[in-house]
Write a protein that binds this ligand. Structure first.
Ligand SMILES: [Cu+2]
Length: 258
């Protein structure tokens, strides 16, 4: 564990800490297996995994987010904004993170250089759930006039916390280890919550409203596939990808009892 690169400010009227060092704009860089050769996937044998994530049971009526504590935020939303923590359409779950949990062995994969963006817009995170590869920038953008701080609270990688007060500003975070479901929040506006994940392979996807994703260009092999959701937790299943084959995996979460 590298030392945290962020230093708390003395109390300035709100319980936030702000990164003081420019070097902290990227918390970490580089992959832990940087010396290992990057895997090449043979396109003539690669297969795919089609995944459907379902939610069985009654879906609670989403709550309306109350922004009245910050009138400037509330004024941006003439229509009610619904809590995004459990979104189900026709029994399919949105914002579930599907990924290969194990089975890739020692393969290492090159990370895309293009960032994945989480925008702060209307005092909300867009998207609510995002994922990158290790070494790929996760870019926070502030499209609001309102100042936000971005506070990541991971378990394994270094935490981060910085203030974004300038409209249009961006700031990148990168990861040197995988971690799933890192809570990200704004301490100024407590309803602002997002989740970030970092993976050491490109085999991950976040379910859209139809609850269905496809992991492509997967080498033939036996894997453990996992899905994570912020309120429902994790499920795992084994899956075998045959050469040029398409494996299908259905995950089904059950509605919590009571
Ligand atoms: Cu905020």
């Amino acid at each position: 564990m590298k030392p945290a690169c962020l230093r708390p400010l003395p109390a300035i009227g709100m319980a936030i800490a702000v990164a003081l060092s420019a070097s902290c704009s990227k918390t970490e860089s580089g992959a832990p297996k940087a010396n290992a050769p990057v895997a090449t996937v043979d396109p003539t044998t690669a297969g795919s995994i089609q995944v459907q994530v379902s939610y069985n049971g009654p879906v609670p009526t989403p709550k309306v987010i109350n922004m009245n504590g910050t009138p400037a935020c509330a004024a941006l939303h003439p229509e009610p904004v619904l809590d995004p923590r459990l979104v189900v359409h026709d029994g399919r779950l949105t914002n579930a993170v599907v990924y290969i949990k194990s089975g890739l062995g020692d393969r290492t994969f090159a990370a895309p250089t293009s960032p994945v963006v989480i925008d702060q817009k209307g005092c909300l995170y867009d998207p609510h759930v995002a994922a990158v590869m290790i070494g790929q920038p996760l870019q926070f953008r502030n499209s609001d006039q309102e100042a936000h701080n971005v506070h990541g609270r991971p378990k394994n990688v270094d935490s981060w916390n910085f203030l974004m007060s300038r409209p249009g500003s961006t700031r990148d975070v990168t990861f040197d280890k995988p971690e799933v479901g890192i809570p990200v929040g704004c301490d100024v506006h407590p309803w602002m919550q997002a989740y970030a994940s970092a993976f050491d392979s490109p085999y991950f996807a976040i379910t859209p409203s139809n609850g269905t994703v496809e992991l492509k260009q997967v080498p033939p092999g036996e894997y453990v596939l996992a899905v994570w959701h912020e309120t429902l937790g994790s499920l795992v299943k084994p899956v075998t990808v045959a050469p040029r084959g398409t494996a299908k995996v259905d995950f089904a979460y059950q509605a919590p009892q009571g």
